[in-house]
Structures are given as C-alpha cells and as structure tokens.
Write a protein of this length. Structure first.
Length: 253
C-alpha cells in the first residue's frame, strides 16, 4: 500500500478584489490515505466524504464545482510531507501535536513547527532572551535540555549546571557506551538539534536543589517519552541519568 497526500480546495467566488473565480488557499482540508494507486486513493477520499470530487476543472466550468481534489503520492523518504502527520512534542510544554491538525484548523494560534500555542512560543522566546542576558553577564542557570534526532523525532533529555553549549560539546567529544552516544556517533551531526527546554528556577524554601533539578528532568523524560521511544536509558531517581556527567553539589549553589 502506498501513501497519498490529498488536499480539498474550495472555490473562491469572483469579487472585485480578485477579479475572477479561483481555488482558495489554504485548502479546506488536507490529509493522507493509503491505497494501491491514485485512482484507489481518490475513491477512498470520496468514500470518506460521501461525495464525488473533480480532480481537474477547466476555468470556464469552475462555477459548476465547489471543490477540487488534488492527490499526490508520498515518497517514503519525503520527511517534509510525512512529518506533518507525526506526533511532535511542544518544545516549551511537552504537549504532543501534529502539524496537519494546525494546517486544517483555520483558528489555530500558531503554525509553528516547534510550539503548540503562541503562549509557548512567546515563553520560549522570553527564555532565550533571558539566557542570553545571563550568559552575557557570566552567569548560567541550571537547565533541562533535549537533543532531537530530526529524521526520527527521537529525543534525549538531560540536565546540566554548566553552560549548555559546553554540555553539548561534552556529548560530542566524550562519548560513552550509552545508546544516545552510539546513535550520535553513527549519524550525521546535521541530523541533530540541541535545545534548552527549561531553565530551572527554584521554588521558595527549596532545600535540595540537586533533587529538584532531577525531578524536573524526570518530568521532561516522561513528557517526551525519552526512555520508551527516545535515547534515555533510565529514569532519574533523585540523580542524573547514567549518561549525564555528575557535577559537584557546590556548582548548584
């Protein structure tokens, strides 16, 4: 069975603004079906919507049709189209979403590939600015970070009290035998994306900062399924996972 990407385009009536009848953009709906060939894919879409769709309409006949169906096969290596249908976690809050759902929702807050809402996108931007300010002042707060493999969407989650750019360099220059480092060393570096997903701010009366950091790391490991489907090996139990370089507690002060 092959995968086919389809778009149902609606007719935009002729107005003074556009001058003539056109097919509107964006499409009314986009989706994916599996079928043996394009003809079978078209039949599957029509069966789903319980109506017939033309695949080609002459301009002089456009007024007689409300919708146009466009279908194209998806190459198995086309990560651009297939990626629209894959689950991806919001880089700010961890909520899982699909890009195709955003494309099909005319009221979506943001079409960002990385964040589920405008609030998450704004929070991430604010955090980036805060991190830049702290770094420029020679201060680096503890952070939780993720390393995402673009081709598979699998992630590794870690923590560090060092500058996070240094932590990324450590992963690259001092590999261990863990599954994350094995994958990192066997693929092209351009297939990987390093990002900070939380800057640690301690709650009032926090009497164990190291444990709190590990607690937050554990939250993201669970939210992103980093053990079950990603590259983390174990869940933290009050300490960093086995691939993390343990740091002196004095660094957490």
């Amino acid at each position: 069975m092959a995968k086919f990407y389809y778009q149902i385009k609606g007719r935009r009536p002729a107005t003074s603004a556009y001058g003539e009848t056109e097919w509107a953009w964006p499409p009314v709906f986009s989706g994916m079906v599996e079928a043996t060939d394009r003809k079978a894919a078209k039949a599957a879409v029509e069966d789903q919507y319980e109506r017939k769709f033309p695949s080609r309409v002459l301009r002089k006949d456009m007024e007689a049709h409300e919708y146009l169906l466009h279908i194209q096969p998806i190459d198995e290596h086309d990560t651009y189209l297939l990626g629209r249908f894959e689950n991806r976690p919001c880089k700010e809050c961890g909520t899982v979403f699909k890009l195709i759902d955003k494309y099909n929702d005319p009221h979506t807050e943001t079409k960002s590939h990385d964040y589920c809402t405008e609030a998450c996108q704004a929070a991430a931007k604010f955090r980036d600015l805060s991190e830049f300010r702290l770094a420029s002042e020679g201060r680096s707060p503890p952070v939780i970070y993720q390393v995402r493999q673009k081709s598979t969407e699998r992630v590794y989650v870690g923590q560090t009290t060092q500058p996070f750019t240094l932590r990324w360099w450590q992963h690259l220059s001092n590999p261990t035998g863990c599954k994350f480092h094995s994958a990192l060393g066997s693929t092209d570096i351009t297939d990987w994306e390093f990002s900070v997903i939380e800057v640690i701010t301690y709650p009032d009366h926090c009497n164990n900062r190291a444990a709190y950091i590990s607690q937050r790391e554990g939250h993201w490991i669970e939210a992103l399924s980093a053990v079950d489907t990603g590259f983390n090996t174990v869940r933290p139990a009050g300490i960093a996972d086995q691939a993390q370089v343990l740091l002196p507690l004095a660094d957490l002060a």
